[in-house]
Design a protein around this ligand. Structure first.
Ligand code: 3H9
Length: 690
């Protein structure tokens, strides 16, 4: 065996050159890999003993793409394009042997090979769109030639992968190897040589490119809602159009041009940043990787309401038995009924089978007694936000839970330390804040109390992955990271409507910024009567008055908006009149407020709050705040998150704007956080803290 570089080696076995890539963890196409492939192919071509080449990877996967860490620096030779050209035009057959995932530049490398074999578990995809990019090494031109433009559109605009069987049926994989992949690939190569199989280049295949003229526009319409605001999906579509309408080399030129444009733009910068932010969030500096974990085999959930039900579905979805406890039989029946209905709806859409519905429902047991949770390894309390009630539940859990069981609260804002004080084992207590709907939203805010054990933290971080959530570890403060940042935005939105902007005008700005809904749509969805009571209401705020009019949000068909039968919000003349009268009572004169002011007044206080959270050590790093807001509240990932957004504007600019509004409103809460001021003075940004 000859080492080509420190990431690739070559061995020749009876006329077959085996080029092995070894660049853990995911065999990304780093400089040493590109160099290794180039040298390996050149040496094999020059060696008369070699009749064919196999390209294979060591470790857990085939090449998972370009090395994203190299994107920020100047390109290093050799570039990927000349290496792929060398391979595609080689006079001897090259066979890609694929296991794990062939993604992005990895799949593009496989597509210039003359043949592809894989093991049964291999997966294939072009996920560049998730980095705000498109496949820039010929993938946009080659994949449609193999799987057809319709499937290429679906794969490239979503980043979705296909499995080995589907890839084989599509002709992307020539043979699936049941046994040892290396042996199978070598024997495939020998057959190619023995049978003198002609070398086919994907670039020369045109048979699948004939499509209906309407394909592209229909497809655009079908993804418009999901991809609103994103540039990359449209750019991927344009490349596939070029593959269909132009000769190969001209299609490649379109790909190169659009790739360059995306790569140098802010969306891709934000999405690449976010890729690493998400992975960083899983790392807790003072909880080492080898910290022992508590095995979680059975989970208990207290409360069968919307949150408790959604939380329980997460467990059942991955095969973990769960017991839900309620106080009354009818509430329990209602909760279990809703869970079944949710699963039935998913099955009706074809996303799971009827058997899955039964299996999952079968994993969920209802009970009216907390005592039934005595054998659970993790118990999650999901009752309403009342400290006395929560403390009472935790003191009861303390008496019945087995030693070492994790006692978690799904509180969205209350003090986890105070909850823990109701037990004799605060080291076992932690916050697990799920976001509604809990079976859908990806974020899990894990709240670490002063006494929470490291094994409990480690277990919960791993458990989050098991139930397919992205976990962010935060400290205790009112609202933790997510809701604490939401509060000042809602405060400003409520101020703005007393100064002249109507709710739908505020919401329009936030939605155009990329949020899934505006501040008032969110309030209406949550219910305006949370924390409101008819007995004590004094009509002191717009919200009080709306609730007094029984406009309590979507559930009553009216709140800040009027809702039609399909729950579409419409600006309400009643609310507009109410706002005008209320402002007049308060002696306020309404004025025209620009969209720029609405945006800055809603978003900049969030940035400032994020800075305070960092200063207090409530979040470990700025990027954790961004992960929280992208996965918990739908902040547009193409803007990276509030802290990345601040960095992209520049902290000096953010501070100047905060001071401008401080002066205008006379409100001290606009005072820029000392941390942000210090960073700006040092010429640094939030990302320097990551
Ligand atoms: C591209 O190919 C452009 C070309 O079209 C054009 C070129 C001209 N680079 O996710 P994990 C790291 S764009 C560098 O936790 P898993 C990751 O940061 C690329 N590093 O593991 C992490 O590091 P750490 C298109 C990478 O098993 C570690 O590997 N390809 C890359 O859950 C483990 O990652 C993609 O977008 C990379 N490409 O999932 C695929 N990929 O341990 C991106 C990963 O220090 N990757 N790392 O935190 C993935 O989707 C997943 O990582 C994968 C494994 C499914 C492969």
């Amino acid at each position: 065996m000859t080492a080509l570089t420190d990431m690739a080696d070559l061995s020749i076995e009876d006329g077959i050159a085996v080029l092995t890539i070894n660049n853990p963890p995911v065999n990304a196409l780093s400089q040493g890999v590109r160099q290794g492939i180039k040298d390996g192919v050149e040496q094999s071509l020059a060696n008369d003993d070699v009749k064919a080449m196999v390209l294979i990877c060591a470790g857990r996967t085939f090449i998972a793409g370009a090395d994203i860490t190299e994107f920020a620096s100047a390109p290093k030779e050799p570039g990927l394009h000349p290496v792929l050209e060398l391979m595609e035009n080689a006079s001897k057959p090259i066979i890609a042997a694929i296991h794990g995932t062939a993604l992005g530049g990895g799949l593009e490398t496989a597509l210039v090979c003359h043949f592809r074999v894989s093991d049964t578990g291999a997966r294939f995809g072009l996920p560049e769109v998730n980095l705000g990019l498109l496949p820039g090494a010929g993938g946009t031109q080659r994949l449609p030639r193999v799987v057809g433009p319709a499937k290429a559109l679906a794969m490239m605009t979503s980043g979705a992968q296909i499995g080995a069987a589907e890839a084989h049926a599509d002709g992307l994989v020539d043979e699936i190897v049941e046994g040892d992949l290396r042996e199978g690939a070598i024997s495939f190569a020998r057959r190619v040589v023995a049978d003198n199989v002609p070398l086919s280049r994907v670039r020369d295949r045109d048979a699948k490119l004939a499509v209906d003229a309407s394909l592209f526009d229909d497809f655009r319409k079908s993804i418009a809602r999901k991809t609103r605001g994103f540039l990359a999906p449209e750019y991927n579509i344009r490349c596939i159009e070029a593959a269909v309408n132009l000769p190969f080399d001209e299609g490649m030129a379109v790909e190169a041009e659009l790739f360059r444009e995306l790569m140098s733009g802010p969306q891709s910068r934000a999405q690449q940043y976010f890729f690493f932010a998400e992975r960083q969030a899983g790392k807790v500096p003072d909880v080492p990787r080898d910290t022992p974990e508590i095995p979680i085999k059975k989970v208990g959930v207290i409360g069968a309401g919307t949150m408790g039900g959604g939380i329980s579905m997460n467990m059942a979805n991955v095969g973990i038995p769960v017991t839900i406890v309620e106080t009354k039989q009818d509430a329990l029946d209602r909760g279990l009924g809703i869970i079944r209905k949710n699963y039935e709806n998913t099955a009706a859409k074809g996303r799971i089978s009827q058997d899955d519905v039964e299996t999952r429902c079968g994993l969920i047991t209802g009970s009216l007694s907390v005592d039934d949770l005595a054998d659970c390894d993790l118990i999650i309390e999901a009752v309403f936000e009342n400290m006395d009630l929560k403390k009472d539940i935790f003191s009861r859990l303390d008496k019945i839970a087995k030693p070492g069981a994790i006692l978690a609260s799904n509180t969205s804002a209350l003090d986890v330390n105070e909850i823990a004080s109701a037990t004799s084992r605060p080291e076992s207590v932690i916050g697990l804040h799920f976001f509604s709907p809990a079976n859908v939203m990806k974020l899990l805010e894990i709240v670490r109390g002063d006494a929470t054990g490291k094994d409990v933290i480690k277990t919960c971080m791993s458990f989050a992955k098991r139930i397919k959530k992205v976990a962010v570890l935060v400290g205790v403060c009112p609202g933790f990271v997510g809701n604490r940042i939401l509060f000042p935005r809602q405060t400003q939105a409520n101020q703005l409507i007393l100064e002249g902007a109507m709710p739908h005008e505020v919401d329009k700005v936030l939605v155009e910024f990329g949020m899934p809904m505006g501040a008032f749509q969110m309030s209406d969805l949550a219910g305006l009567d949370i924390g409101w009571s008819a007995e004590t209401s004094k009509g002191e705020t717009i919200r009080d008055r709306l609730c007094e009019m029984d406009r309590r949000g979507q559930k009553t068909g009216a709140g800040f908006y009027d809702y039609d039968e399909k729950r579409n919000p419409n600006p309400s003349p009643v609310v507009e009149k109410l706002i005008r009268e209320f402002a007049a009572e308060q002696g306020k004169t309404l004025r025209d407020i620009s969209e720029e002011e609405i945006l800055q007044r809603c978003i900049y206080p969030m940035i400032n709050e994020g800075a305070k959270i960092l200063e207090e050590g409530i979040a470990i790093r700025a990027s954790d705040i961004d992960v929280t807001w992208v996965y918990g509240y739908g902040w547009p990932v193409y803007r990276g998150g509030p802290m990345h957004y601040a960095d992209s504007i520049g902290l000096d600019e953010v501070i100047t704007t905060l001071r401008k509004y401080q002066e205008m409103t006379g409100d001290a809460s606009w005072e820029p956080s000392p941390l942000m001021v210090r960073l700006a003075q040092e010429g640094k940004n939030f990302s320097s803290l990551n």
